[in-house]
Design a protein around this ligand. Structure first.
Ligand SMILES: CC(C)(COP(=O)(O)OP(=O)(O)OC[C@H]1O[C@@H](n2cnc3c(N)ncnc32)[C@H](O)[C@@H]1OP(=O)(O)O)[C@@H](O)C(=O)NCCC(=O)NCCS
Length: 149
C-alpha cells in the first residue's frame, strides 16, 4: 500500500488506537497505559500507520539495553490483509536497527497463527514457551527472537 504513512504515535491518536485495540485483543490496554507508554516511558517507541489521515494500525517496542521487545501490533479489522502489518513490523525493525539493538523478541499466543506467520516472515524464530502465560484463556505464549545484523 503506497499511500500508508508511518509516524510516531501522538497523544491525540490514542482514541483511534484504543478502538483498534478493543477490536483486536480480548484484554485491551487502557487509555492510561498508552498515555504512559508514549509520555512516561523513555524506553518505548510507538508508531501508527495512517491512511487518508486515519489511524489504521499501530505497534510498539521497548528498547532495553541491546534488545527490542515488541509490545504490540494491531491493524483495524477492516484494513487487514492489505500489507499494513508488514509495514508496521518493518518500521519497528528499522527503529531497532537505528538504535543499535542486537536482537528483537516478542511473545505471541500459541493460537495466533496469523501473527505467528507475520513474525516468522521477518526472521523471528520460536525459542521457547511460557505455559499458561495469558490469564484470560490460559493459552501458552510462544517466545520468539530475531537477530539483527
Ligand atoms: C497480525 C496483524 C497485525 C497482521 O496485520 P495485516 O495488516 O493483516 O498483515 P499483512 O496484510 O501486512 O500481512 C502480513 C503477513 O501476515 C501473515 N498473514 C496475514 N494474514 C494472514 C492469514 N489470514 N493467514 C496466514 N498468515 C497471514 C502473512 O505472513 C502476511 O505476509 P504476506 O503479506 O506476505 O502474505 C493483524 O492480523 C491484527 O491486527 N491481528 C490482531 C492483533 C494481533 O493479534 N496482534 C499480534 C499480537 S502478538
Amino acid at each position: 500500500m503506497d499511500n500508508i504513512k508511518v509516524r510516531y504515535m501522538k497523544e491525540n491518536d490514542i482514541d483511534s488506537v484504543l478502538e483498534i485495540e478493543k477490536l483486536s485483543f480480548s484484554t485491551p490496554w487502557s487509555k492510561k497505559s498508552f498515555k504512559m507508554e508514549i509520555k512516561g516511558n523513555k524506553l518505548s517507541r510507538y508508531i501508527v500507520a495512517i491512511n487518508n489521515e486515519e489511524v489504521v494500525g499501530y505497534a510498539g517496542v521497548w528498547l532495553i539495553v541491546d534488545e527490542g521487545h515488541v509490545t504490540n501490533i494491531a491493524v483495524h479489522p477492516k484494513e487487514r490483509k492489505k500489507g499494513i502489518g508488514n509495514i508496521l513490523l518493518e518500521a519497528l525493525i528499522d527503529i531497532c536497527k537505528e538504535k543499535d539493538m542486537d536482537r528483537m523478541t516478542l511473545e505471541v499466543r500459541e493460537n495466533n497463527i496469523i501473527a505467528h506467520e507475520l513474525y516468522k516472515k521477518y526472521g523471528f524464530e520460536d525459542c521457547g514457551k511460557r505455559p499458561g502465560y495469558y490469564a484470560d484463556t490460559k493459552e501458552d505464549a510462544i517466545i520468539m527472537w530475531k537477530e539483527i545484523y
